[in-house]
Design a protein around this ligand. Structure first.
Ligand code: 3PY
Ligand code: MG
Length: 269
């Protein structure tokens, strides 16, 4: 099943968020039980070469490869798809014009202007039929436009109506900066949650997917209730820190339990 077909079926999918630009690290992340792995070129260290190589362990682990491109680098969206990504997340899509340019890079004609050349993607997917690839790719790929500014919120309905845009993805950290006019950064900010819920509602009404970066994993259920179905949890820094914290707490707890009782002060003589 493709990421697109699972989202279309209404499944809730959890994606890992990778910023360490190494296929060996991505291989470890892909083995952890997420449904997808998102390789981050915006704030993470991923670059063209690491994307090209890191998609392989994601596919081998039977996870969906997703790429977040840097701001405005829509040509990289086409390249990510040509390398085998199933979905692309474009940050800071603040206008209908930007949404159109993103969609143009994501979809083959007649919807968009994506140029032909799935030179890695087709063999990696085992496809030998170029016409079938052309026919099926537009529906099999997912374009997520990030909503993370007030301008994007104002343009939301136009972005959602743009042909070739399959969904929106909320960046709550940037959105909180916009919401508070630069006073704070807090992706959990209660004050903006009603609007975050409304964004998912408007996506649903437009027949499009809604995704969000989840800063506090315990809020995941609340986001699903709002209508979000593609939830990102990350990053490797966090996975390593949480794993180390867990192991050290277990080890230190067991050390305390196995300490011999404190000496009573008696010398025993
Ligand atoms: C944000 O929260 O602004 C993001 O872009 C998530 O990575
Ligand atoms: Mg952001």
């Amino acid at each position: 099943m493709t990421l697109a077909s699972r989202l279309n079926a209404g499944e809730t999918l959890l994606t890992a968020w990778s910023g360490v630009p190494d296929a060996l690290t991505v291989e470890i992340v892909a083995a952890q039980g997420f449904d997808a792995v998102t390789l981050d070129m915006q704030h993470g260290g991923h670059h063209e070469d690491s994307i090209l190589r890191s998609i392989v362990p994601v596919m081998r682990a039977d996870r969906h490869p997703v790429v977040r491109i840097p701001v405005g680098r829509f040509e990289m969206a086409s390249r990510a798809l040509d390398f085998g990504a199933e979905a692309v997340i474009a940050p800071m899509v603040n206008s209908v014009d930007e949404a159109r340019r993103f969609a143009a890079a994501m979809k083959y004609p007649p919807v968009g202007e994506r140029s032909w050349g799935p030179s890695f993607a087709a063999p990696r997917a085992g496809s030998k039929d170029p016409v079938a690839w052309l026919r099926e790719s537009n529906a099999a790929t997912v374009s997520f436009a990030m909503i993370e500014t007030r301008a994007a919120l104002d343009a939301l309905d136009g972005i959602l109506e743009t042909p070739g845009i399959d969904g929106i993805f909320v960046g709550p950290a940037d959105f909180s900066i916009a919401w508070t006019e630069g006073a704070t950064v807090d992706g959990k900010l209660e004050d903006m949650m009603e609007t975050v819920a409304r964004i998912a509602g408007r996506a649903k009404a437009a027949g499009k997917h809604a995704g969000i970066f989840v800063v506090n994993a315990a809020m995941s259920g609340r986001f699903v209730e709002m209508g979000y179905r593609f939830l990102a949890l990350g990053t490797e820094h966090r996975y390593i820190a949480l794993g180390a914290e867990h192991l050290l707490a277990a080890a230190r707890g067991s050390l305390k339990q196995s300490q011999p009782p404190k000496a009573s002060g008696s010398t025993g003589y």
